[in-house]
Design a protein around this ligand. Structure first.
Ligand SMILES: NC(=O)c1ccc[n+]([C@@H]2O[C@H](COP(=O)([O-])OP(=O)(O)OC[C@H]3O[C@@H](n4cnc5c(N)ncnc54)[C@H](O)[C@@H]3O)[C@@H](O)[C@H]2O)c1
Length: 426
């Protein structure tokens, strides 16, 4: 499998004598001129097939129609190629047809959405839906080539661009810490305004997915370090939300990424929320969503009671669960009664305040230093207070202040290491 990050060029198609370009209505209207401009060799015979936009095109009737079109146009097996010019819908459908027509013809992906560039065009999964669910019929068959030409993105609506950002953040968070740093440092605006940066991000993301797939093409590995399963992070809950709401894939995966992190792993959860928010992605289930129904859909997930969680950036983990645990597991992760509180405890001078302030700023949390709170209720310096009333009185006051501030939500609290001693004594 090869990815070319260059503008569409006739040299990619020179080896073929018969080509079917598949578009959807949008990609045809916006970009069919790019195919004409290629000025293909006279010896190359090509046809175009345009499908209606949207998920409903990924069905068997469409497969039959297109195979019929190919047969009636005498599309041969030899020297022929199907080329998908579109998002994941065109890519999945075209890939499936290329893998079954005449027992397989060559196939090239020309992804035109961000999601297709970094995700659906890579890895060889293709297929159509049936009434029982999405992507239930298909094959795994690698494309002969993937051509990523970012000029296609010029016409892509903003929501579709945001949709693709979710998959980039997913890959970065699980498998590419350098990409994570880039994504966390930037935001939607800065990325879309800088074409070189956008291309760099797409390359890093697509190459990372390709390397994961190369190690475990058929998702057989049980080891998280080599398993393709890592790509499912955010997808167990994400797919259930997608089924429940019909919302775009990436938007649902974004919420799944947040909810698939253990509720007590507040720091990582907050980091993911912060990064997704920078790219305009949702991070929360909608109040109107029926959680019981969501959990029912999770039970139908085809990944077989396995979910990927994230312990740290770059450290995904497989969680196995029984059907009987699902309610507890997800109810706990969606439980908003639990407060988000991070307490930094340590000796003087180790950076509790510096880091506390910095992390709070990055994660949109409130930062509280118990020393500052103490100064608000005493009329002297902390040292004078200790001289006058002793350490025990100081610890007592510090402990009382801490008990008060932990009543708040979404806070980072920096406090002295001695507080643990006080709690043990009292
Ligand atoms: N095979 C895989 O590994 C894999 C992975 C993830 C998702 N998928 C599949 O991908 C599909 C979703 O893909 P998608 O998000 O690309 O959706 P999509 O193909 O439906 O494209 C989204 C919308 O953008 C339009 N569009 C595409 N390119 C455009 C362009 N350059 N300018 C203007 N409009 C453009 C399309 O017409 C469509 O309306 C789903 O069916 C999903 O199951 C497959």
């Amino acid at each position: 499998m090869r990815i070319d990050y260059s503008p569409l060029h006739k040299r990619f198609f020179d080896p073929y004598k018969h080509i079917l370009f598949m578009f959807d209505e949008n990609t045809y209207n916006f970009h069919s001129n790019k195919i004409i401009a290629l000025d293909l060799n006279e010896s190359t015979k090509y046809n175009e097939y345009i499908i209606p936009c949207g998920e409903s095109s990924k069905d068997f009737t469409m497969v039959e129609e297109i195979c019929e079109f190919l047969s009636s146009n005498n599309f041969p097996r030899k020297d022929s190629c199907i080329i998908a010019v579109g998002g994941g819908v065109v890519g999945d459908l075209a890939g499936f047809i290329a893998s079954i027509y005449m027992r397989g013809v060559d196939f090239i992906q020309v992804p035109t959405t961000l999601l297709a560039m970094v995700d659906s065009s890579i890895g060889g999964k293709n297929g159509v839906n049936n009434k029982h669910g999405k992507n239930l019929i298909g094959t795994i068959r690698q494309p002969n080539k993937i051509i990523i030409d970012i000029s296609f993105l010029e016409t892509l609506p903003m929501e579709e661009l945001i949709n693709g950002m979710a998959e980039i953040i997913k890959i970065a968070a699980t498998s590419n810490c350098e990409l994570w740093d880039i994504m966390f440092k930037h935001n939607l605006e800065s990325v879309i305004q800088d074409e070189d940066l956008l291309l760099d991000i797409i390359k890093r993301s697509a190459n990372t997915k390709m390397h994961i797939v190369e190690k475990d093409e058929f998702e057989k590995s049980e080891d998280i370090a080599t398993s393709r399963m890592v790509l499912n992070y955010g997808h167990t809950i994400g797919h259930a939300i997608e089924k429940l709401t019909g919302e775009r894939h990436g938007y649902c995966v974004a919420v799944g990424m947040v909810l698939e992190i253990d509720r007590t792993n507040i720091l990582i959860r907050k980091l993911i929320i912060s990064c997704l928010s920078k790219y305009g992605l949702p991070t929360d289930v909608d109040d109107s969503m029926c959680i019981e129904k969501l959990i029912d859909y999770i039970k139908c997930d085809k990944k077989g009671n396995r979910m990927i969680t994230l312990d740290n950036i770059g450290s995904p983990r497989i969680v196995e669960y029984e059907d009987s645990d699902i309610y507890k597991l997800f109810k706990n992760n969606i439980n908003y009664a639990i407060k988000d509180i991070i307490v930094l405890i340590g000796m003087p001078g180790i950076g509790k305040s510096t880091y506390g302030r910095y992390i709070a700023n990055e994660l949109h949390m409130k930062w509280i230093d118990t020393d500052d709170e103490i100064l608000k209720v005493i009329d002297c310096s902390i040292l004078d207070f200790i001289h006058k009333f002793g350490w025990d009185e100081f610890r007592k006051l510090e402990y009382k202040i801490l008990c008060d501030v932990v009543q708040q939500d979404n806070v980072i609290i920096s406090t002295g290491g001695g507080i643990i001693e006080y709690e043990k004594k009292s």
